[in-house]
Design a protein around this ligand. Structure first.
Ligand SMILES: *Cc1c(COP(=O)(O)O)cnc(C)c1O
Length: 216
């Protein structure tokens, strides 16, 4: 068995050992890795993959998505407004909806598509100046803007918590926020902290290095 599959199965069993009440989807973050490296997991039948660059995603996944309509591609990185048109051609989920101009562009270009993407609003839970995301205090207004004025299908919140201190505390805050908006999905947890995230009701864990090895 490929080492990738062993690692993937290990992650799955680690998650199911926690007996989560929600379904937990594993987004295999394949950014920087060539298809040749990712292939065992594709052949294994896994369908959810994450990328953080529009151009890289298009060149890696366009043909594969044509041959199998069930692939679900997740944009997990910062999305520039000028790349929205291209992004909408390849991605099914955007985890990084984080400003009004982006919401405007997504709404505008989505009109020409015959499918609807799913969105996560990225929350800057630690109010860190260097990080993107909507500060918790502005979330209500932004959520209304995206859903009511722009008709974007927001299914949940996404977070990259501060990596300095208590991750648990931030996951807990995110769970509270998510509940207060009655959102079903929560995108949180990466290789280092996905089990903690699942304990706080994460339903999409974004895992790269723990599956594919370290990036360089
Ligand atoms: C790269 C990336 C991941 C995966 O990171 P790992 O630590 O390798 O699991 C998850 N989320 C985002 C937003 C990323 O950019």
């Amino acid at each position: 068995m490929s080492i990738l599959i062993e690692r993937f199965e290990k992650i799955k069993s680690n998650i199911s050992n926690l007996k989560p009440t929600q379904e937990v989807k594993i987004v295999a973050v394949s950014k920087t890795f060539p298809l040749s490296h990712i292939k065992p997991l594709i052949d294994y039948g896994h369908l959810h993959f994450g990328e953080n660059k529009v151009q890289e995603a298009k060149s890696k996944w366009t043909d594969l998505k044509k041959s199998n309509k069930n692939f679900q591609l997740h944009m997990v990185g910062k999305l520039q407004t000028n790349k929205v048109k291209n992004a909408l051609e390849i991605f099914d989920y955007i985890h990084s909806l984080d400003n009004q101009r982006l919401a405007d562009a997504l709404a505008k270009f989505q009109q020409n598509l015959n499918r609807s993407l799913k969105y996560f609003i990225q929350v800057n839970i630690g109010n860190e100046i260097q990080k993107s995301g909507i500060p918790p205090s502005e979330l209500e207004g932004f959520f209304d803007y995206c859903t009511k004025e722009k008709n974007l299908n927001v299914i949940g919140l996404m977070v990259l918590p501060p990596n300095n201190d208590n991750t648990k505390k931030y996951f807990e805050k995110m769970r509270e926020l998510s509940n207060s908006f009655s959102l079903k999905e929560l995108s949180m947890g990466m290789s280092a902290d996905y089990l903690e995230a699942v304990k706080f009701n994460s339903s999409y864990v974004r895992i790269g290095s723990q599956i594919f090895g370290s990036r360089n």
